[in-house]
Design a protein around this ligand. Structure first.
Ligand code: SAM
Length: 306
């Protein structure tokens, strides 16, 4: 767990002095940061640099935005709430380095922020946000579609989600989210944030996570979709041993031929183990399309049984 220090704390106008009044909207997951120590710690962890192109998801009332803007080269913010978008537009748009995009991040195409003349450098965007907790997982996986353009991501999430993202085999939080995120990124649980740092206070604890897309994936797989299927099905039946939970996808004989202990439970296998299983299934599907059809039928059967 690291927190890169930087000289001087963030400064910026105190939003409490503004005339803007906003009633927090639960459906938009609005818990606004107000603890200046925590805000400072987040900004130091992000450590924006003058050449950085930042993308903030859900800027809200600008608790992080103003500090980020003081230190970065350009900031694009994506906000769904029309009132907050209007407020930010009226208070920050005089700064040519700031651009507000009113809309849903789940429909937002990050490539629209890149220069359209083909000069965009890979990994040129830094994404940040105190994410609305109700959409945090779909939001992260939506953004990962654009991972080739992303240098890193810093998010405030529910603590339990961060624990799941960062978990290793054998941990109680280890599962589908850990495996699929760690396939795409290195995950660092930076620090925890108490509910008192927000208004209104969320019912759950929060934490800051740093996600850095891999330059080269830690495992190579023939078909990521197959890896996703294997992981999803394995963890649907967490308590079963591997050979039982995966029987709809791969025969016991084929599984036994792999250098994996098939009596283990899904939570004891590494990403490399899941990659071996996925590739074995992909190869058998490629060799015999009939195998693919019967595997689909077995999966369908098991869905009905469960
Ligand atoms: N960044 C602010 C802060 O730290 O005080 C606000 C964080 S609040 C937890 C989440 C923000 O995301 C809110 O401003 C909310 O309106 C916005 N939001 C919710 N759903 C969104 C979506 N689908 N797309 C973009 N923004 C969204």
């Amino acid at each position: 767990m690291t927190d890169r220090p930087r000289a001087g704390g963030p400064r910026g106008p105190d939003l409490q002095k503004d005339d803007f009044h906003h009633q927090a909207r639960k459906r938009f997951g609005q818990n606004f940061l107000h603890d200046q120590n925590i805000i400072g710690r987040i900004i130091r962890a992000i450590a924006p640099q003058p050449r950085d192109h930042l993308v903030e998801i859900g800027p809200g009332q600008g608790a992080l935005t103003r500090h980020l803007l003081q230190q970065c080269g350009h900031l694009d913010a994506v906000e769904l709430d029309r009132d907050l978008a209007g407020y930010l537009q009226s208070t920050l748009s005089a700064d040519p380095r700031f651009a507000l995009h009113e809309g849903d991040v789940l429909k937002f195409d990050l490539r629209s922020l890149l220069p359209q003349n083909g000069t965009a450098r890979p990994h040129c965007l830094r994404v940040v946000g105190n994410l609305p907790y109700n959409i945090s997982t779909p939001c992260m996986f939506h953004l990962l579609q654009f991972e080739q353009w992303i240098a890193d991501m810093h998010f405030m999430l529910q603590l339990e989600v961060v624990q799941r993202l960062a978990a290793v085999p054998g941990d109680e939080h280890y599962g589908r989210l850990s495996l699929m995120m760690q396939y795409h990124c290195t995950v660092e649980h930076l620090f925890d944030v108490p509910g008192t740092a927000f208004v209104p206070q969320p019912k759950v604890c929060s934490a800051i996570v740093r996600l850095v897309p891999h330059a080269r994936k830690p495992v190579q797989v023939l078909d990521v979709g197959c890896l996703q299927d294997v992981v999803r099905i394995a963890f649907t039946q967490r308590r079963k041993t591997l050979k039982n939970s995966l029987r709809t996808l791969i025969s016991e004989a084929a599984l036994s031929a792999l250098p994996i202990d098939i009596s283990l439970r899904p939570e004891n296998l590494s990403l490399a183990d899941y990659a071996l299983i996925a590739d074995c299934i992909t190869r058998s599907r490629q060799q015999s399309p009939h195998n693919a059809d019967s595997a689909r039928a077995r999966q369908e059967e098991s869905r009905v049984e469960n």
